[in-house]
Design a protein around this ligand. Structure first.
Ligand SMILES: Cc1ncc(COP(=O)(O)O)c(C=O)c1O
Length: 460
């Protein structure tokens, strides 16, 4: 037993400590991966040492190493060791978070961290509620279900068809596409999701939103919800949350803030003001597995009103389930999932060890590094094309704008070298490059490395 666990501990230590020596971008060769896997036929047992060495070898060789300090990618984090410990302990005890009575410690640990974060977002923790989810998509799904339940009494029992309703909801062109899937899952249909154009600062255009809502009402649709994003996936911009909240109040619409990425900024006194207006939301998505730097499987859904969440996920007749305990709640009847992993432990352990101020220092350092990147690019003739205080930098260069060189060409060369990782996207139809400082291990020298790499790609 000890020998097996030592394998695990040694790998965690070695990978975490020596990540800088590992290539970030692998060679993609599906056949090589399948060939290595072919020795596992599940008929002949394989000693765990062999299984272990094959898995670690494959993971090191054939993974884009998102925990590398020079990964300037999507919102994928480097993870804290305390959070890895939390995930491991959650697997060891394997408490089922469906019912409080089976897992009192786990459920109370989650409630404890949830209440702390509810307060950070400006919600009343006694009136509000938070659920751990698989990720941002499930949290956004929870928000749509909750908003529907509040807007249309009878939705939960009769369904929209019997009620004869045509609900529609709104978000900007920069918002996350999980809502398209949610529109499908909920039976609203993807056409029920109204996409609002973005202004010059890439934020939702409030006038267009207002006009769309009014036109929809005139044509017999039933608007029920608006999503503002705090840290859009592509460009990291924050929608005007206070104005959105005001409009939602005027129009009696549910106001959801998708802060899957940017929500962590509430931990920093310097950055918190960027999220001004979030406290006016009816619900919030915030992923611990993004800027809180814990392993995946830790999204969160926050709601300012626990009664509507209880109504949304209520379930009766479950006499096979263990009994409820007075003064506690059973997550299977107040959230999307039934049997659920103890997802909150990794966040609890990381937050407890690092503390709010420790987290704030990390986030502020990421922001400083992104500002350094903006400056270094600008003085070398690159142009920053997004305006955000979050560490997401979108940029172009005259040689890209003139069509002499494409973003794909630059990326291919960078990926071939395998020493750093950035992405590209289109903003208003124009291809641009994107670098997000996501790792708490990223240092100034890593940003300088990226700048040198970019300069090499355009000097010909
Ligand atoms: C703003 C935003 N919302 C929601 C999501 C979906 O989150 P998840 O992938 O955790 O389901 C993402 C993912 O990057 C995101 O950036």
């Amino acid at each position: 037993m000890k020998h097996r666990l030592n394998l695990l501990v040694n790998e965690i230590e070695d990978f975490y400590t020596n990540i800088r020596d590992i290539g970030i971008v692998p060679d993609y060769d599906p056949e090589a991966i399948r060939s290595q896997l072919s020795k596992f036929d599940f008929e002949t047992p394989v000693p765990i040492e062999d299984v272990f060495s094959n898995v670690t070898d494959m993971m090191r060789k054939w993974t884009i190493q998102i925990t590398h300090p020079r990964y300037f990618g999507l919102f994928n984090p480097t993870v804290h060791v305390s959070a890895i410990m939390g995930d491991t302990l959650a697997s060891l005890y394997n408490p089922n978070c469906a019912v409080w009575g089976h897992s009192p410690a786990a459920c109370e640990i989650e409630e404890h961290i949830s209440k702390f974060l509810l307060r950070q977002f400006g919600f009343d923790p006694e009136k509000g509620m938070a659920n751990f989810t698989s990720g941002g998509q499930e949290a956004n799904h929870s928000a749509v279900l909750t908003a529907l339940t509040r807007a249309f009494p009878g939705y939960g029992d009769k369904g929209l068809t019997e009620l004869g309703l045509k609900p529609v909801f709104y978000m900007s062109d920069g918002s996350h596409h999980s809502f398209n899937k949610v529109a499908h899952f909920t039976g609203l249909g993807r056409n029920a999701l109204r996409i609002v154009d973005i202004d010059d600062d890439l934020r939702i255009n409030i006038d267009s939103l207002r006009t769309k809502i009014r036109n929809d009402r005139e044509f017999g649709f039933h608007p029920f919800m608006v999503t503002g994003t705090a840290g859009t996936t592509g460009t990291g911009v924050i929608d005007p949350l206070t104005e959105l909240a005001d409009l939602c109040r005027e129009e009696d619409l549910w106001f959801h803030v998708d802060a899957a990425y940017g929500g962590a900024a509430v931990l920093s006194e310097k950055l918190r003001s960027l999220l001004k207006g979030i406290e006016l939301a009816d619900s919030i998505t915030c992923d611990a597995h993004k800027w809180f730097a814990v392993p995946f499987g830790a999204g969160m859904f926050f709601c300012s009103d626990n009664t509507v969440v209880e109504d949304t996920f209520r379930i009766g007749g479950t006499n096979y389930m263990p009994p409820s305990v007075e003064g506690t709640r059973d997550f299977y009847s107040t959230s999307m999932q039934w049997t659920r992993k103890f997802a909150g432990l990794k966040l609890f352990m990381a937050m407890a060890e690092i503390g709010r101020e420790g987290y704030a220092d990390i986030l502020e350092k990421n922001v400083e590094h992104a500002n350094h990147l903006r400056n270094e690019l600008t003085v070398r003739g690159w142009e920053i094309v997004n305006s955000t205080d979050l560490p997401v930098v979108c940029f172009t260069h005259p040689v890209i704008e003139s069509g002499k060189i494409t973003t794909k060409y630059i990326l291919n060369n960078i990926y071939k070298k395998g020493e750093t990782w950035i992405s590209d996207l289109q903003i208003k139809g124009n291809p641009v490059l994107r670098a997000c400082v996501t790792s708490f291990k990223t240092e100034k020298k890593d940003v300088d490395f990226l700048v040198r790499t970019l300069e090499d790609e355009i000097s010909f």
